[in-house]
Structures are given as C-alpha cells and as structure tokens.
Write a protein that binds this ligand. Sequence first.
Ligand code: GRF
Length: 219
Amino acid sequence: MTRRRVAILISGRGSNMAALIAAAQAADFPAEIALVLANRPDAKGLGLARDVRLATAVVDHTRFGKDREAFERALQAELEARSIDIVCLAGFMRLLTPWLVTRWERRMLNIHPALVPAFKGLDTHERALAAGVKIHGATVHFVVPEMDSGPVIAQGALGVRDDDTAETLAARVLAIEHTIYPLALRLVAEGRVTVVDGRCRIAGAAADDHILVTPIIAA
Ligand code: GRF
C-alpha cells in the first residue's frame, strides 16, 4: 500500500491534528502525516507535532502583510517541498484564495464545527444555541473558494440538550470532529470519494438507516 502524503495546516490548539496523527499511526491507515504547517509560530499544535517527531514548518502570514497570494505561494512551496498529496485544514484560521484552493481541488479537506450549510463562519455553537436547533454537529468537506462550503464528505450529529452552553456543546462536537476527520481522510486517501453534481459518493458505504430524534422522552 502506498500511503498518501498528508499536510495538516493549523493555527492553534491542534486537537484535530492530534486525532489525524493518531489515526495515521495504524499500520493499515492509507495516509501518513508528512508535514504539519502553521501560520502562527506560537500555534500550540506545533509542539505536539514536534514531540512525535513529525516534520513541521511555519509560514507566518504577518510577514506578508495584505499580500495573500505571496503568503499562499510560500505555503505552496512548503507543500511541494514535501511532495504532499492531500491537505487537511484543521483549525487553520486564514481564508485561502482561489489561487491556492483551485490547485488543491478535491485534495484539500476542511473541518467545520457545524452541520454545513448551517452556521458557516465563527461562533457556531453560540449561534446554534441562539437559533434553538435541536440537532447540531460537525462536517468535513472538500475546500472550495467559498468559505465553509464545498462537497460534504462526512458529518456527525448530536442532540442539543436544554442545559447545553456554548462550551459544553463545543466539547461534545469536538469529540465528533475527532471521529469524522480521520474517517473522511481515510476515504479520500483510499480514493473512495467521487463528487457527482456537488455531492460526494462514497464507494463501499453501507446503506444508512440511522435516525437521530431529539428530544428523547422517557416512557
Ligand atoms: C475545531 O472546532 C475546528 O472544527 C475549527 O476550529 C477548531 C480547531 O480546533 N475549524 P483544534 O485546533 O483542532 O483543536
């Protein structure tokens, strides 16, 4: 098995990065983490990546001022230097322009802490509570130039509790993120995801009869 070479792009804590690194340690995982790249030298996840002896790089966006393309050319150079096949954005807090995104079409994934297309952008858990939705979750999707959009590869959902706060919801959604990101990367690395009319078809996926109903009322 040739393992696809993956770069994880981070800006901060790196818990999704850690979930991907852990998954890639399995002998049968179809991808290896060949680079962890941060746009902030103080990104906490960099330390975690170094601790497990992964290759790391920093492309500090502040060095490029408003010149987004120059920043992206520097990112692209790091990705090419490591012969990267697939890019995973994992809490990477920079908007990318079509210049970079189109170069990685169907090879760049992002995780968003909401059920896309609901609650694109920031503060998703606060907004889910304010909207009063009863079901919330997380999404892994292919990256397209429009933010938090693009064909959905995997989603996970949970029932919102009456006593949830943005913090409790964030913690429970994060556990979903750590499950669906390794799953989505596996599927893409195995070449099992094809996009037809904007929808991802997953080769070998079982017929899905799950339903999630909330609230649950004791009998
Ligand atoms: C996650 O909630 C992710 O969905 C969002 O930013 C957060 C990053 O967390 N895009 P971490 O750095 O992976 O811990």
